[in-house]
Ligand binder design. Structure first.
Ligand code: P1T
Length: 381
């Protein structure tokens, strides 16, 4: 039997606990484990909480199944997941990155990892030819986000994988925006999927977490080595909460997709909105590609209202959309990326990508859609 996504969301990685039969994976809140004999830890690996934890094991198995992968590796945050992936590389190695990633990813690359000798080229991956043109002899990784945060650019993952592989590089995909419910990059040729599980995967805005999924055994081995050697591991409680969040991922995403489309259509018809960016609308320049590699278009919607003053008025006067960083939770959020999530990106680059002070980002939650529409109608005045 090969279970469907909704069944995997409930069952993957979760087995009744062997001692008591507890149906829910217990929170193994421990830093260490008593060893029955010298250098003979139980299970051959339970010697220290950074190295191994059964609650984390369950989460890693769950996300691996949901992403059509083989191995999951869990981290303390989305950024530490990405950082650990890049710690496979050595000074002088080169990375081609989508230019419109989450602002914190750009900051990690340009302000931290570049200082340690990694080299980066930032390109617009909507055109795969830009990736090919940026490849160098020491390119080891092509890192993309699709849809991107916040402009919802779409990268053709099959094309990107082909280019990366021809150059002997890996393709990693930040799948945070889409969630595995809507898009599974490993099925499209990617080698690595990363998540800020802070977002849709956990879905309840109550923790910070990161996940990496791969198929290759040797790559998984390397990542587990780095997970332990660098140590940015999640706590058992956060692993438990993420597992609990995952059990309703399919239900939540169905509603996020529906509400996102409803809100995008409403805003597209609103006279006070200059432009709506949503890959599920036929007006999105890459709608056809998005429809080919995604099965739904999420609750993320970006609108250009023209000026900072209008963005401020809108974001401060909504009732059900909290003005806050982050995304992907059950409750709706609103943000102004130029001043918030992407403030660390140099202004000229931000502006060139369309991340202007008049750009408002909505993370549409799973409330009643009509309440959200009424809220938006009132706030837009
Ligand atoms: O916040 P953290 O869990 O470390 O994840 C970083 C991250 C990585 N990738 C993407 C696509 C992201 O959106 C994020 C975090 N983003 C926000 C906090 C935000 O409001 O966009």
């Amino acid at each position: 039997m090969s279970p469907r996504f909704d069944t995997l969301a409930i069952h993957a990685g979760v087995e009744p606990e062997p001692v008591t039969g507890a149906v829910m994976t217990p929170i193994f809140q421990t830093s260490t484990y008593a060893q029955p004999a010298l250098a003979e830890p139980k299970g051959g690996r339970f010697d220290y909480g950074r190295t191994a934890n059964p609650t984390r094991d369950a989460l890693e198995a769950s996300i691996a199944a949901l992403e059509s992968g083989k191995h999951g590796v869990a981290f303390a945050s989305g950024l530490s997941a990405i950082e650990t992936l890049l710690k496979r590389l050595s000074a002088g190695d080169h990375v081609v990155s989508e230019e419109n990633t989450y602002g914190g990813t750009t900051r990690l690359f340009t302000k931290v990892l570049a200082r340690l000798g990694l080299e980066f080229t930032f390109v617009d991956t909507r055109d795969p030819a830009n990736i090919a043109a940026a490849i160098r002899p020491r390119t080891k990784l092509v890192h993309v986000e699709t849809p991107t945060n916040p402009m919802m650019r779409i990268c053709d993952l099959r094309a990107a994988a082909e280019i990366a592989h021809a150059a002997g590089a890996l393709l990693s995909v930040d799948n945070t925006y889409a969630s595995p419910y809507n898009q599974r990059p490993l099925e499209l040729g990617a080698d690595v999927v990363v998540h800020s599980s802070t977002k849709y995967v956990n879905g309840h805005s109550d923790l910070i977490g990161g996940l990496v999924v791969v198929r290759d055994d040797a790559l998984a081995e390397e990542l587990r080595y780095l997970q332990n050697a660098s140590g940015a591991v999640p706590g058992p409680m956060d692993c438990f909460l993420t597992l609990r969040g995952i059990k309703t991922l399919h239900l939540r995403m169905g509603r996020h997709n529906a509400n996102g489309l409803t809100v995008a259509r409403f805003l597209a018809a609103h006279p006070r909105v200059d432009r709506v960016i949503y890959p599920g609308l036929a007006s999105h320049p890459q709608h056809t590609l998005a429809a080919r590699q995604m099965s739904g278009f999420t609750g993320m919607v970006a609108v250009d209202v023209g000026t900072l003053a209008r963005a401020k008025a809108l974001s401060e006067s909504l009732e059900y959309f909290a003005l806050a960083e982050s995304l992907g939770g059950v409750e709706s959020l609103v943000s102004v990326p130029a001043l918030m999530t992407h403030a660390a990106v140099p202004e000229d680059r931000r502006t060139a990508m369309g991340v202007t002070p008049g750009l408002v980002r909505l993370s549409v939650g799973i409330e009643a859609a009509d309440d959200l529409l009424e809220d938006l109608a009132r706030a837009l005045g």
